[in-house]
Design a binder for this molecule. Structure first.
Ligand SMILES: O=C(O)c1cc(=O)[nH]c(=O)n1[C@@H]1O[C@H](COP(=O)(O)O)[C@@H](O)[C@H]1O
Length: 235
């Protein structure tokens, strides 16, 4: 798994994906999420992988432990690099996810890293308090989810840049902080609430950044990607 910015391939189908990927000549780190996966199924993972890209399969599993375990066991055959669940599913569910992933990973192959979504980057503290009835600060809630993910032996979490440093301090530098909600300065925020720039993410302790519309929605996706890369790498 490389540490390039992860491009979210939030497209409706295969045609749009391969049209987009034509802009790039190098191996990328891409994210296949539920929009694409639910239309195209596991074949899209195989086809994108055939082009040599690293893959974050973002299906955010959240169900009873047995169901998540079986689903992860099945997904493990796809040979992706990173997968996720919702930390709100609980410690037992996260442990079951890891068990499934380990059981399904073919012998001799590397198991995908498993991370847990804490509070979505589209959630504000007010929404969390009023809708989820969690009476903590958002930072405390994210940190709590990170700690239980660590207790379940996961490899890290999905969080916003704003919580990344605190998680690194509490859970260790090697515990991954994968941060979506990335925007170029002055870019459209869309539905995201807890956002940061790629250079802000680097300074504030992200391990990996996830960037969708700032690249996929650009008239020149390659130029946008290069700008994100140079800010992220600090060039
Ligand atoms: O798990 C994720 O990838 C995820 C978690 C989260 O808290 N926030 C979040 O935006 N994401 C994903 O990251 C991507 C962000 O896309 P953009 O807002 O277009 O950059 C989307 O594919 C989301 O599904």
């Amino acid at each position: 798994m490389n540490n390039k910015p992860i491009i979210a391939l939030d497209f409706p189908g295969e045609h749009e994906v391969f049209h987009f990927l034509q802009h790039f000549q190098e191996p990328l780190f891409v994210k296949i999420g539920m929009e694409l996966y639910l239309q195209e199924g596991p074949d899209i993972v195989r086809k994108v992988k055939e082009q040599g890209h690293d893959i974050f399969l973002d299906l955010k599993l959240h169900d009873i432990p047995n169901t998540v375990k079986s689903a992860m066991k099945g997904l493990a055959h796809l040979g992706v690099d990173l997968v996720n669940v919702h930390a709100a599913g609980g410690i037992q569910m996260m442990e079951a996810a890891l068990e499934g992933l380990e059981a399904g990973t073919p012998v001799g192959k590397k198991r995908a890293k498993l991370i847990a979504v804490t509070q979505l980057t589209s959630t504000t503290e007010e929404q969390m308090k009023s809708e989820q009835q969690i009476h903590l600060s958002l930072l405390e809630s994210v940190l709590h989810y990170a700690k239980i993910a660590k207790q379940a032996q996961l490899d890290g979490v999905v969080c916003s840049v704003h919580e990344a440093k605190m998680i690194a301090n509490e859970c260790g530098e090697e515990f991954l902080r994968v941060t979506p909600g990335i925007r170029l300065a002055g870019g459209d925020v869309h539905d995201q609430k807890r956002i940061a720039t790629p250079d802000g993410a680097r300074a504030d302790g992200s391990s990996l950044i996830v960037v969708g519309r700032a690249i996929t929605g650009s008239r020149d996706p390659l130029a946008a990607y290069k700008e994100v890369c140079s800010l992220w790498e600090g060039n």
